[in-house]
Design a protein around this ligand. Structure first.
Ligand code: KG4
Ligand code: ZN
Length: 356
């Protein structure tokens, strides 16, 4: 029997098991993270090793440095996740790894590490889409949450409004026509001379600033639920460069607050439109947020006010589960396992893996 055939049989047997423990690894960008998740809902351990200080010097993630750092950290982070869960490898039922989207070298490090481990231990390996991981962070924060629900996915590379119709089933409703929200935050931060990663820094500065200091464009788009951040970004860059050329000091808190307001305003407007459309159809949708930008304070406040106003339920991921972590990968893997998704030893990294 091949490894894949044996894995399929094991996966089938695990569906009938009362408890399933998954050891998951995430290495798609600049965090080496591992976790042990029980039944898709309980975090037995979660270890995140951030490489931020390695990349800060360069103002962004350097792919080659990221791959090497993942290689050096993988073993330690996996060992620590097992130790914190009070387990050894034979005590977990399956392994899981992010295979895309992300940096190819970074993904390959994790994929190869977990293929070797799964083969040696004779355990099934579950391939996980990183963005599906972000959405699944909500299952850890809200143990009773089940599809169907609507989800605003806002990360470094994605700004999507989707419908989660079942576990592992997504339908695209709207998306950015250009930059992702996180990418826009990072670029705006760079213009203000803030270190990488810029999103959290803009968010912190913005708390002290005037969101109406600078009026930024609000694009008109064809897609009913689409967003666009490229015009906002360019207008922001021009305004900052203009101030610099005139020798004016940069009111960084006001600039950060204005930019954050413009981004969150668009996201809130399109989400509100979607929720109102669904209400008009007689539905009472649940809304969830996912991805690194869902840690943004203004976005969380806006969405909270919106859902309270409409009398709808809002699910926000716990702050430490908004950005990259292994726990969300273990949760997504649990539901993929139930659908029978197991990888063979030919599993490859897919840098541009689609989510919807
Ligand atoms: O989801 P994530 O960890 O990585 C991707 O899968 O892309 O998101 C990282 C992105 C970065 O662009 C970062 O600047 C942004 O999320 N981010 C934030 C905040 N925290 C992280 N953006 C705005 N406000 C925040 N508080
Ligand atoms: Zn991510």
């Amino acid at each position: 029997m091949t490894y894949l055939e044996a894995s399929r049989r094991q996966a089938e047997a695990l569906r009938a098991r009362e408890h399933v423990r998954i050891l998951a690894l995430e290495t798609s960008c600049d965090e080496t993270a591992a976790a042990v998740i029980e039944d898709g809902r309980r975090i037995l351990s979660s270890v995140v090793f951030s490489q931020i200080d390695l990349h800060e010097l360069y103002g962004g993630v350097v792919p080659e440095i990221a791959s090497r750092a993942h290689m050096e950290a993988c073993d330690r982070v996996l060992d620590e996740a097992l130790a914190q869960a009070g387990l050894t490898l034979p005590g977990v039922d399956a392994l899981a790894v992010t295979y895309g989207p992300g940096l190819v070298g970074a993904l390959l490090t994790g994929v190869n590490c977990m293929k070797g481990l799964a083969f040696a231990a004779g355990k099934p390996l579950i391939p996980v889409n990183h963005i599906e991981g972000h959405v699944s962070a909500n299952f850890l924060t809200h143990p009773e949450l089940e599809p169907p629900f609507l989800c605003l996915v806002v990360s470094g590379g994605h700004s999507h409004l989707v419908e989660v119709s079942a576990f592992g089933e997504y339908h695209l409703l709207g998306q950015t026509v250009d930059d992702a929200a996180g990418e826009a935050f990072d670029k705006a931060a760079r213009v203000l001379g803030l270190p990488y990663p810029g999103g959290p820094r803009i968010d912190a500065l913005a708390e002290e600033g005037n969101p109406h200091f600078l009026s930024l464009p609000h694009p008109k788009l064809e897609g009913r639920y689409d967003v666009s951040f490229s015009g906002v970004k360019t207008a922001f860059l021009n305004a900052v460069h203009g101030m610099e050329q005139r020798g004016e000091p940069l009111p960084k808190t006001d600039l950060a607050a204005s930019f954050r307001f413009a981004v969150c305003d668009q996201l809130a407007e399109k989400t509100e439109r979607l929720l109102r459309d669904r209400l008009a159809e007689g539905q009472r949708p649940v809304l969830a947020l996912a991805g690194g930008v869902s840690a943004n304070r203004e976005l969380r406040r806006r969405m909270t006010a919106l859902c309270e106003g409409l009398g709808l339920r809002l699910c926000l991921p716990r702050l430490d589960l908004c950005t990259d972590n292994g726990a969300m990968i273990g949760t997504a893997a649990y539901y993929q396992l139930r659908r029978g998704a197991v990888a063979g030893l030919d599993l490859n990294a897919v840098p541009a893996l689609r989510f919807v």
